[in-house]
Design a protein around this ligand. Structure first.
Ligand SMILES: Cc1ncc(COP(=O)(O)O)c(C=O)c1O
Ligand SMILES: N[C@@H](CCSC[C@H](N)C(=O)O)C(=O)O
Length: 406
């Protein structure tokens, strides 16, 4: 009889783990650097944790399953993933990258470019025709992110990947799936060769570890990725693997609740007149393209107030939303990307890429959504970003409630 395949939510919770002699119901933590050999000539499966560790293998097998990959590798951070991937390139290689990539990604690519290691060209990846026109037989890698952090721009992944592979079958399409997580997107189904994610975000979900995951269906690429990880020693440590396995179990339910909350907050902010960037809103210019690639919209949105000072005040006046970088955690966060997560992109480049200095990014958690909306309303009112308008029913109700609390 064919093996039954389960839904992603079930697969995430029921991690495959069968070979423990004591039948432990949670995969044990092998907190060890070394493994004894049976004899001088007989090696076991593991010898040294840099090369491999059962706790890491357990995690990686589960990640590969939920990412629909053949192989997944856990490393020390999301940026560690990009470091491993770029180490697979050769001096002078030409790569194409988006122009709204996460600030740290931009920083590492710029570092490699400035050292003369790589030729990096950044383009607006929402312009599919432009990217397609820029791919040549010399393009070795293309770095994509969708929706982008923090401008929530959507990339037509399949059209770009298919075209690039037609022009150069060896061109490696690299996709950063941190913003969606495997619950909402399977980039490997869209022609991506290597998917990576900052597991510091949704995958772990509790902001108590740094981690990154690289996944691929190609055995050749997997071999090269493993080689770099073992050679450089950036494999995730056993305890962090164990914590990540634990966090992962609630991934589906966390993402579902975070997304529901985010949709409500996005609608609230839009209704009271802000320009909100969130793919869950029909007003998002690429709402449909996003829906055609993903199973949901995630829990990160950004909006502008029109004034840096007002945005700063809002951030400082919230109680529940913590001022913090990162996202994908159970608790809600507020930040100003130009001063925080994307400060590593210089001001001139930020301006060229139309990254608004007053942009506020909200990363929504699993709290009570009414509390979140009340908290934001209070901050918006106190910062002078909104005023009470008695003609607007919903706006009025929230404001009156908040007024009573002030
Ligand atoms: C989209 C995206 N990719 C990659 C990273 C890097 O991940 P890490 O912080 O785990 O190195 C981040 C944030 O840091 C991110 O937001
Ligand atoms: N100081 C850090 C900033 C990390 S930003 C983390 C996250 N990706 C986000 O978007 O908030 C750095 O220099 O990397």
């Amino acid at each position: 009889m064919a093996k039954k395949s389960y839904g992603l939510e079930t697969e995430i919770v029921h991690s495959k783990f069968t070979d423990d002699p004591h039948k432990a119901s949670v995969a044990p933590l092998y907190q060890t650097a070394t493994f004894k050999q049976k004899s001088l000539t007989e090696m076991g499966e593991y010898d040294y944790t840099r090369s491999g560790n059962p706790t890491r293998t357990h995690l990686q097998n589960n990640l590969a399953r939920i990412m629909k990959a053949n192989d997944a590798f856990a490393v020390t951070s999301g940026m560690g993933c990009l470091d491993v991937i770029t180490k697979m390139l050769s001096p002078g290689d030409e790569v194409i990258a988006g122009d709204d990539l996460y600030g740290g990604t931009h920083r590492l690519l710029t570092y490699l470019k400035d050292k003369g290691d790589l030729k990096v060209a950044h383009y607006d990846t929402t312009n599919t025709k432009l990217i397609q026109a820029k791919v040549t037989t010399n393009t070795k890698m293309i770095f994509l992110e969708s929706p982008t952090n923090p401008l929530i721009k959507v990339v037509d992944v399949k059209s770009i990947a298919d075209h690039a592979h037609q022009v150069n079958p060896d061109c490696i399409i690299v996709f950063d799936n941190t913003m969606m997580s495997p619950v909402l997107m399977t980039p490997l189904d869209l022609g991506v060769d290597i998917q990576y994610e900052s597991a510091t975000k949704y995958l772990n979900g509790h902001h108590d570890i740094m981690a990154g995951v690289i996944a691929t269906r190609s055995s050749k690429l997997a071999e090269r990725i493993y080689y770099v990880i073992n050679a450089t020693g950036c494999g995730l440590a056993p305890y962090d693997c164990w914590l990540l396995s634990r966090g992962l179990k609630t991934l589906a339910i966390r993402v579902e609740r975070q997304e529901q909350n985010c949709q409500r907050v996005a609608e609230f902010l839009q209704k009271i007149g802000f320009k909100v960037r969130y793919t869950g809103l029909e007003s998002h210019p690429q709402h449909e393209l996003h829906q055609s690639m993903c199973r949901g919209h995630g829990a990160v949105l950004s909006f502008e107030t029109g004034s840096i000072k007002v945005s700063e005040k809002i951030c400082e006046l919230t109680d529940i939303f913590g001022i913090s970088v990162s996202f994908g955690c159970v608790n809600s966060l507020i930040s100003m990307p130009c001063q925080m997560s994307h400060a590593s992109i210089d001001a001139k480049t930020r301006e060229e890429r139309a990254l608004p200095e007053d942009l506020i990014r909200l990363c929504i958690g699993i709290e009570n959504v009414e509390d979140l909306i009340d908290d934001l309303t209070k901050a918006l009112l106190k910062a002078g970003a909104v005023k009470i308008n008695s003609k607007d029913e919903l706006y009025n109700a929230v404001s009156v409630q908040v007024q009573a609390k002030l």
